[in-house]
Ligand binder design. Structure first.
Ligand SMILES: [Zn+2]
Length: 284
């Protein structure tokens, strides 16, 4: 549930402000830390989320008063999207395999001779190649024997992958694996908007309320800064993510919404792995 109003408590004054009246600048300079739940007397602090659908959200460490209508807010937002749990079992394994394959297709296209339509962008050619990393292929492979695995795989719709430049209207509302190179990381509270570029086309990777509200993503929140950091040191890292494509009428751009932290990789690294790697390199 999106919260549209907030109670501004500042300088011994109290008034309601609507989301329409708030801009990122106004929030950063005047409102940050002074916004509360609109229910009179409720102690929960709110933060402003500057996404394409700007809204207020309960501050992570604050709870609403028991009698407040927003008391169960976190559970409600979780129900905006009914999506199967993709962080365990077969679906998890299938997705990880698809992400890893996408990475190899981006960095080592010569290994996949059957992908004739895939063209490498000039972007990759200009930049120094990142060192060839050891491939991660051993994820839970013992869970299924090969026959079971192939059988399960046939029953599911394929995870179609597409380069950013190949995304078109037909992909809207479709589940896709999108591949591109990180251009820009704009941190938005606990998450970020990541702009990918490939063959002169861009797409915005977005993480929204449903991502933040999903408890399985808790360990991914507040880690998005490392992508920015990593991209500073390794320009245009390869990004592969599974989510839903849509068209944003405000920005006139394609967006790709990701629902689970395990559904995207940067240079074939899960955000948690990348975060650990960056922490280690900082110690060196
Ligand atoms: Zn409240």
């Amino acid at each position: 549930m999106l919260i549209a109003d907030a109670r501004l408590v500042k300088n011994a004054e109290e008034k309601l402000v609507n989301i329409e009246e708030v801009s990122k600048q106004l929030y950063d300079h005047n409102f940050r830390g002074f916004l509360y739940c609109p229910t009179p007397g409720c102690p929960a602090k709110l933060v402003y989320i500057n996404s394409d659908r700007a809204h207020f959200r309960t501050w992570k460490y604050h709870a609403h008063h028991e009698g407040c209508v927003y008391h169960f807010e976190r559970r409600w937002v979780g129900r905006d999207y009914q999506i199967a749990d993709v962080t365990v079992g077969f679906e998890f394994q299938r997705r990880q395999e698809a992400l890893s394959k996408a990475y190899r297709a981006m960095r080592f296209p010569e290994e996949l001779p059957n992908l004739k339509t895939v063209t490498r962008t000039t972007v990759t050619l200009q930049k120094p190649m990142l060192s060839r990393r050891k491939r991660i292929t051993g994820i839970q492979t013992t869970l299924f024997d090969d026959e079971t695995w192939q059988g399960l795989k046939r029953k599911r719709p394929p995870l179609r992958r597409k380069y950013v430049s190949k995304i078109n209207e037909n992909d809207i509302d479709q589940h896709k694996l999108v591949m591109g190179y990180v251009q820009k990381v704009e941190l938005i509270e606990d998450v970020a908007k990541i702009t990918l570029l490939e063959s002169d086309k861009e797409i915005d990777i977005v993480f929204e309320l449903s991502f933040i509200a999903e408890s399985k993503n808790n360990s991914y929140l507040n880690k998005f800064g490392v992508i920015q950091h990593f991209a500073d040191q390794n320009p245009e890292p390869a990004f592969a993510g599974i989510g839903e494509v849509r068209f944003n009428r405000t920005t006139n751009r394609f967006e790709h919404q990701i629902f689970f932290g395990t559904d995207f990789r940067i240079e074939d690294m899960d955000l948690l792995a990348l975060s650990a790697k960056m922490a280690l390199s900082e110690l060196e």
